[in-house]
Design a protein around this ligand. Structure first.
Ligand SMILES: *Cc1c(COP(=O)(O)O)cnc(C)c1O
Length: 515
C-alpha cells in the first residue's frame, strides 16, 4: 500500500480532504451571503450617530456567497480530527465525548439568552443553576466552599494559591515557598511562581509517588503549600496522601490538590476526606464540557472552611425567604478573578452531565475510564516499555525505550498514529519519563474503538522493527506531512498577506504585518 502499512488499518485507508483556499483568496467583489428587503426607513448617516467614531474604511473583507461560506468552513472542518470522529487519547487532557444533552440544555432560550446585567430578581433560574452545580461539586469533592469563577485549570490553580497566600497572610506569616513533586503538571510551578513563591522540587519515588521521607525534610514553617497532582501525571494515585497531609498540617502548611484528573476519582473517593485543603476541578475535562482550541473552560476552586473568607467575590447566597443573590461584601476576599461569574455556559453543561449521570453513573464513568486505560496497558505492555509498575488510574504512560534502538522516538510513533486514523497521544510528558507516550482513552471509548487503537499501536511497533523509515517520514496520508514545528512555534505567520499582484489588502496599500 502507498502508505506502507504492514497490515491493513481497520479504521481508515485515507483521509479525505478537499483543497481549500483562504476566504480572502476566494473572494470576489459584490458577492453576498445574505439578502435583505429594500430599506423602508430613511437611511441614516453613521457619522450623525457616532460622530468621529464612525469608520468609513472597514478594510478589505472577503466577499462570498452563502454556499461558498458554508462549504469553506465545512471543508476546513474536515481537516481536523475531533472527538466526534474517533478516539482522542491525548493524555492529561481527558478528551471525553461531549454529550448532546449538555448542548441541548445550554441552548434553551432562557439560559442561552440570559444577560449578566439582568437584575437578580429576573436571574433566579441562572443563580439556581450556579448554586446547584456548586452543591454537586462540593458533594463530589467533599470540600466546604467553592467558587466557579476561574476560567481554566491553570486559572483555578492561581486562584487556589491566592487563597492560600491570603490565609497565611491573615496569620501574620506569608511564608516563602511552595513544594511541587517532579511529576506535577507544568502549570503548577508556573502558578506558584506567578503568585510570588519560590518553587522547591520533590523527587518521586520508584512507584511514582511522593518520597515522604524527603518531604518530611523539606517542610518548614516557611512552606506555604504543597501542590500535588492526584492522580499524578503518570496516572498513579498517591497512596500516602493522608500522611502527606498530616506532615504539612503539623507545620501549618496547606495541601493543594490539582484535581484536573478527577476523572479517575469522581464518585469513588473525595479529596476533602483525605486531607486536601484547596483544589481545582476542570469542568472541561471531568465534566464533559467541550475543550481545546482555546475555547471557554472552567476551573472551579473548592476549599475547606478555613479558606472560605478569602474566596473571590461575588458569592451566591440565599436569603431566609429562599431568594438567591450575589454577595459582594466580603472584606477578606482576594477580589475578582474573572468578569461576571465565570463561564456560565460551561456550568450549565457540567450540571446537565452530572444530573444525567447521577451518582451511580458518575461512579460507573470513573470505573470505565480506569478500566479502559488498564485494558490498553495490558494489551500493549509486551511491546512498549512501562516505566512504573504501579497500577494505572485514568491514563497509562509508556516510554519509547524499546523503539529508540531503531532511532524512533515517541513523537515519531505519534505521527504514524495519524496515518491509522487516530489523534496522537500526549508525547514527551510527563518529564520524569524520558520519551513518554501518555495515553488517556477516557470512558467514552467502546471496546471496539480501543481494539482499533491497540491494533494500530501494535502494527506501529512492528513497523518500527521492519521499516523504521516509514515511521520517521510519517504521517503519509495527511494534507501536509512533517511540519517544521520549531519554526512554526518560533516564527508563526498569523496574518494573510495579499499577493503583490492581486487586490490590495487595504486602501492605502499597506502590507499586512507578519508576526
Ligand atoms: C489540564 C491540566 C491542567 C491545566 O488546565 P487548563 O484548563 O489547561 O489550564 C492542570 N493540571 C493538570 C494535571 C491538567 O491535566
Amino acid at each position: 500500500m502507498a502508505n506502507g502499512f504492514i497490515g491493513t488499518p481497520r479504521k481508515v485507508t485515507a483521509h479525505l480532504t478537499q483543497n481549500e483556499a483562504l476566504s480572502f483568496e476566494k473572494s470576489s467583489p459584490g458577492k453576498k451571503a445574505y439578502r435583505l428587503p429594500p430599506l423602508d426607513v430613511p437611511e441614516v448617516d453613521p457619522a450623525s450617530l457616532l460622530g468621529e467614531a464612525a469608520r468609513e474604511d472597514t478594510g478589505v473583507l472577503p466577499e462570498l456567497s452563502e454556499i461558498e461560506i458554508i462549504r469553506h468552513f465545512t471543508r476546513l472542518s474536515t481537516w481536523n480530527y475531533a472527538i466526534d470522529l474517533g478516539m482522542y487519547p491525548l493524555g492529561s487532557c481527558t478528551m471525553k465525548y461531549n454529550p448532546r444533552v449538555n448542548e441541548f440544555v445550554s441552548r434553551l432560550e432562557g439560559i442561552a439568552e440570559a444577560h449578566p446585567y439582568q437584575p437578580e430578581s429576573l436571574s433566579q433560574g441562572s443563580l439556581a443553576i450556579i448554586r446547584q452545580l456548586q452543591d454537586c461539586l462540593l458533594e463530589i469533592t467533599g470540600m466546604d466552599a467553592i467558587t466557579l469563577q476561574p476560567a481554566a485549570g491553570a486559572h483555578g490553580e492561581f486562584t487556589g494559591i491566592l487563597l492560600a497566600r491570603a490565609y497565611h497572610q491573615s496569620k501574620g506569616n506569608p511564608r516563602k515557598h511552595v513544594l511541587i513533586p517532579d511529576s506535577a503538571h507544568g502549570t503548577n510551578p508556573a502558578t506558584a511562581a506567578v503568585c510570588g513563591y519560590e518553587v522547591i522540587n520533590i523527587k518521586s519515588n520508584a512507584q511514582g509517588g511522593v518520597d515522604v521521607a524527603a518531604l518530611e525534610q523539606l517542610v518548614t514553617e516557611e512552606t506555604a503549600v504543597l501542590m500535588l497532582t492526584n492522580p499524578s501525571t503518570i496516572g498513579v494515585f498517591e497512596h500516602q496522601i493522608h500522611k502527606i497531609a498530616d506532615i504539612l498540617h503539623a507545620k501549618g502548611a496547606l495541601l493543594y490538590m490539582d484535581g484536573a484528573n478527577m476523572n479517575a476519582l469522581c464518585g469513588k473517593t473525595r479529596p476533602g476526606d483525605f486531607g486536601v485543603d484547596v483544589m481545582h476541578l476542570n469542568l472541561h475535562k471531568t465534566f464533559s464540557t467541550p475543550h481545546g482550541g482555546g475555547g471557554p473552560g472552567s476551573g472551579p476552586v473548592a476549599c475547606k472552611k478555613i479558606l472560605e473568607p478569602f474566596l473571590p467575590v461575588p458569592v451566591v447566597e440565599q436569603d431566609g425567604d429562599g431568594v438567591l443573590h450575589f454577595n459582594y461584601d466580603r472584606p477578606d476576599s482576594v477580589g475578582r478573578v474573572r468578569m461576571f461569574y465565570g463561564n456560565f455556559g460551561m456550568f450549565v453543561r457540567a450540571l446537565a452531565y452530572i444530573l444525567a449521570n447521577g451518582p451511580d453513573g458518575l461512579r460507573q464513568t470513573t470505573e470505565d475510564a480506569v478500566l479502559n486505560a488498564n485494558y490498553i496497558r495490558k494489551k500493549l505492555e509486551d511491546l512498549y516499555e512501562l516505566p512504573y509498575p504501579t497500577p494505572s488510574m485514568h491514563e497509562v504512560v509508556f516510554s519509547d525505550k524499546r523503539q529508540t534502538k531503531n532511532g524512533i522516538k515517541t513523537g515519531d510513533i505519534a505521527k504514524r498514529l495519524i496515518d491509522y486514523g487516530f489523534h496522537p497521544y500526549t508525547t514527551s510528558f510527563p518529564l520524569i519519563v524520558p520519551g513518554a507516550l501518555m495515553i488517556e482513552p477516557t470512558e467514552s471509548e467502546s471496546r471496539e474503538e480501543l481494539d482499533l487503537f491497540i491494533d494500530a499501536m501494535r502494527q506501529i511497533a512492528r513497523e518500527a522493527d521492519e521499516n523504521p523509515q516509514l515511521i520517521l517520514d510519517a504521517p503519509h496520508s495527511t494534507r501536509v506531512s512533517r511540519l517544521d514545528e520549531t519554526t512554526a512555534a518560533r516564527k508563526p505567520v498569523l496574518r494573510w498577506k495579499a499577493p503583490a499582484a492581486s487586490t490590495p489588502l487595504a486602501p492605502d496599500n499597506s502590507p499586512a504585518k507578519e508576526w
